[in-house]
Design a protein around this ligand. Structure first.
Ligand SMILES: NC(=O)c1ccc[n+]([C@@H]2O[C@H](COP(=O)([O-])OP(=O)(O)OC[C@H]3O[C@@H](n4cnc5c(N)ncnc54)[C@H](O)[C@@H]3O)[C@@H](O)[C@H]2O)c1
Length: 334
C-alpha cells in the first residue's frame, strides 16, 4: 500500500525555478514541464503567456533580495533550480552593489530558505566567470578562481555561501559553472554572448563588429537546451557540494563562429573590428569530463544551433545593444 500523503506526493513532484521568466530559466521550465513535473516559476517578472499556459506551471512572484518573500516562494518544493540573478557583467561594473544584492545576498537567501524549508536538492547556476582570465586550456573545475568582474565575485560568493551551508548543515547543493550560452529567447538589450550578437548583425545584412583578435579569441558556446539537460543531470546525479563545468567542450574562434553564421544564413559574413571595447582575446574552453561522468552529453552542434537560431530570429531581428566586454568607467551611484 502506498502510504505517501497527498501533500508529500505533491511536494516530491514539485520543482521551483528561480529566474524562470528569464532566458535560460524559461527553457528549463519548459523542459521540466515536458517531463511532467509541477514547476513553480519564482521571479520578479511574470513568465510569458506561452510558458504560463504549459501544464503544471504556476507562478509565485518574489524578490529574492527579501528573505521573507524567498521563504514563501520556496515552500513545499522538493528541488530548487536557482537561476535568478543579474547575468550582465557590464551591469555589475556599472552597479556593483545591485549585482551583489541579487547574486550574493539573494543566493544566500535561497540557500537559507532551502535549509529552513527542508528542500531536498538545490541546483545553483554559477558561471565560468568565477575562473577569471583563463590560465590553461581546457579549464577544469580545479582551475584557480580569480574573478575580474564584480559579476564573477558575486557569483563566486554565491558558490562559497552554498558550499559552506553544505559543509555546515548538509545542504544538498550542486553548482554549475556555465560557459557562453546561446539559443532563442535572449534579450538583445542585455545578452552579451557573441552567437546571438553575430547572428543578429548578419540577419540584418550588416557587418559584424568583432571585439579582439578574430583568431586568438575563442569561446565555448553551449546551446541552451544542453544547459537544461546538464542542470537536470546535476539535480539527479550530481555530488552534493561539488561544482560542474557546463559547456560544449568545443573551442570556437571568432572567425570560426563568423564562418558558421555565414553557412547557417547562406551568405558571406562581413566583419569589422570593434576597438571601442576592452580587449578580451583570451582562449576559453571547458573541460566537461566531470559533467560527462554524471551522464551529460552535449547534443546540439554549433551548426545545428545556429540554423535553428536563424529560423527563430527571422529576418531583420532587433540589433544587439549590449556590450561584449568592459571599459573601465566610473562606477555609478545606486
Ligand atoms: N546567459 C549566459 O550566457 C549565462 C552564462 C553563465 C551563467 N549564467 C547564469 O544563468 C542565470 C540565468 O541567466 P539568463 O541569461 O537567463 O538571465 P536573464 O536575465 O534572462 O534571467 C534572469 C531572471 O532573474 C530574474 N531576477 C532578477 N533579479 C531578481 C530578484 N531580485 N528576484 C527574483 N527574480 C529576479 C529576472 O527577472 C529574470 O527573469 C544567471 O544566474 C546567470 O548568472 C548565464
Amino acid at each position: 500500500m502506498d502510504t505517501t500523503s497527498p501533500e508529500t506526493a505533491a511536494r516530491n513532484d514539485t520543482v521551483a525555478v528561480t529566474g524562470g521568466s528569464g532566458f535560460v530559466g524559461g527553457h528549463l521550465v519548459s523542459a521540466l514541464a515536458g517531463q511532467g513535473r509541477r514547476v513553480v516559476v519564482v521571479d520578479l517578472d511574470e513568465p510569458s503567456p506561452e510558458l504560463a499556459a504549459l501544464p503544471g506551471v504556476s507562478y509565485r512572484r518574489a524578490d529574492l533580495r527579501d528573505y521573507g518573500e524567498t521563504l514563501l516562494a520556496l515552500r513545499g518544493v522538493d528541488t530548487v533550480f536557482h537561476l535568478a540573478g543579474n547575468a550582465s557583467g557590464t551591469r555589475s561594473v556599472q552597479y556593483p552593489r545591485f549585482d551583489f544584492q541579487i547574486n550574493g545576498l539573494g543566493t544566500c537567501h535561497v540557500g537559507n530558505a532551502c535549509v529552513e524549508m527542508g528542500v531536498r536538492r538545490l541546483v545553483y547556476m554559477s558561471s565560468a566567470i568565477v575562473y577569471g582570465t583563463p590560465q590553461r586550456f581546457p579549464i577544469d573545475e580545479e582551475h584557480p578562481t580569480r574573478p575580474f568582474l564584480p559579476y564573477g565575485a558575486s557569483k563566486f560568493s554565491g558558490e562559497l555561501t552554498l558550499r559552506s551551508l553544505h559543509e555546515a548543515v548538509d545542504l544538498s547543493v550542486v553548482m554549475g559553472r556555465c560557459f557562453v550560452i546561446y539559443g532563442p529567447g535572449e534579450d538583445p538589450r542585455t545578452a552579451g554572448g557573441e552567437v546571438s550578437q553575430f547572428m543578429r548583425w548578419q540577419l540584418n545584412d550588416l557587418p559584424i563588429p568583432v571585439v579582439g583578435d578574430i583568431d586568438r579569441k575563442t569561446r565555448d558556446f553551449v546551446h541552451v537546451s544542453d544547459v537544461c539537460a546538464a542542470l537536470i543531470a546535476m539535480a539527479e546525479n550530481g555530488t552534493p557540494g561539488e561544482a560542474y563545468n557546463i559547456g560544449s567542450g568545443t573551442e570556437t574562434s571568432m572567425r570560426q563562429l563568423a564562418d558558421a553564421v555565414a553557412t547557417a544564413t547562406g551568405r558571406p559574413a562581413r566583419l569589422k573590428a570593434d576597438t571601442s571595447q576592452m580587449e578580451d582575446s583570451f582562449r576559453l574552453v571547458a573541460d566537461i569530463s566531470k559533467l560527462r561522468g554524471i551522464g551529460y552529453r552535449p547534443a546540439v552542434t554549433l551548426a545545428q544551433g545556429l540554423e535553428s537560431l536563424a529560423g527563430a530570429l527571422g529576418p531583420f531581428p532587433e540589433l544587439p545593444t549590449a556590450t561584449v566586454a568592459f571599459r573601465r568607467e566610473a562606477v555609478e551611484q545606486t
